[in-house]
Structures are given as structure tokens and as C-alpha cells.
Design a protein. Sequence first.
Length: 250
Amino acid sequence: MRTKPLQLKVGELAARGGVSVRALHHYDEIGLLRPAYTSSGHRIYDDASVERLLQIKALRQLGFSLEDIAQTLHDRDFSLRKALTLRLERLREEMVSRRILLHRLETLVRHIDADETLSTESIFETMEAMMNVESYFTPEQLEELRQRREALGEEGLKKAQEDWRLLIEEVRDEAAKGTDPASPRAQELGARWAGMVQAFTGGNPGIAAAVRKMWFTESHDKPRMNGVEVDAVREAGDYMAKVNAAKKGP
């Protein structure tokens, strides 16, 4: 015995599918879920419409936009796995962006807590500097740096900053004294310098390259950068280049 084809009015499908009539009208307008029309102009939905609505609802619950759903379901080579993989990639990118935003907000709050007299202009200058620095790194690199910073904690971060300051002073002192770059003292400083760079970059050559690019681009005509004296770092860096060259030998 042949089963009579399903024919639902828009209100009936809305009740069965757990959506609003307005949503179904919108799906029709954007071509996502097209009904048939009676001679009097009423929308009629069949079995395929019910199945498609369930697919739309499932993808919506996974965070797909209506535009993405339309593109996915209209694709003749539709693959649920492919669609889910693309959604995962976008979600990861969104999470990274939100973590970057979270870090910006936390940093600004720390600046304000440290100096309650900060003007609005100073706060916006800090925001501009932060976003400028972030422009040199990919979202993935920023996330990697954020995780390393989070693992250090506030005290660990302060110690790392102080360790860098002291190391830069030591390197400049040896450079001023004319210490042979090949000497044990200079090589010991070179090893510490390399170790601290390794700790900051995590051995990621992309992050190391981004740091170098940022430094050479942003340090021109600036007395200080991120709270560090540019000339002091440049002097120490020039001496470290000689130390590395002496380590490699002729």
C-alpha cells in the first residue's frame, strides 16, 4: 500500500520542527528551504522539507551561519565531515581572536590598576602600541606567546623582564671594557642570551623572525620600546652578534 505523500502547512512544519513561522518564511526568502505553493499561494512542505529542516537545525546548533548552511547543503559534493572540519577551523580562529582580545583587556586593566591617574589618551596610546606589536605575529603565534606568558604567571613574567634587564647591563659592561667576544666570559653571556631567546620564542623560528622584524621596524627614532631603552638593547645586540661570530669561528 502506497503511503500518501506528506503535505504540511507552514504552521504545522514550524510546530513539528520546533522553529518559528517567521524563521521558515526567512528560509524561503533566502532560498535555504523552498516549499511548494498551492494555487491559493499557501506554502506546502513535503518529507524532503522536513529532512532538510532537521539538517538546518543540526548545523545551526553546531554554530554554522545560515550562509554557511546554504553553501553546504547546496554543494553537490556535500560532505558532513568536510563541513564540520571547516567549522572546527573557524571556531579555533575565533577562539584565538577572543583570547587575544582577552589579553588586551587584561593588560589595560593592569595598566590602570598600576596607575589610576592614567588619562584616556594614555590608555588609547597603550592600546595602539599593543595592536601595533600584534600586527607582526600570526594569531597562532600570539596564542603560543599567550600560553607561555600564562604559564609564567605575573611573578614569572616580572622575573623574566628583570633577568633581561640585568643581562643587557652585563653585556654592555663587557662590551664597554672591550672583552674579547671569544673569551669564556663573553661566551657565557652569549649562552645565557641564547637561552633566554629560546625561552621566549619556544624555539619557533617564525616567532623569532617576527620579533626581529618588529624590532628593526619599530625601534627607529624611538628612545624606548615596550619599556626598554632602544640604544641599550642595540648595543648589547651588536656585541652578541660578535660573540656568536666568535663562537662559530673563522
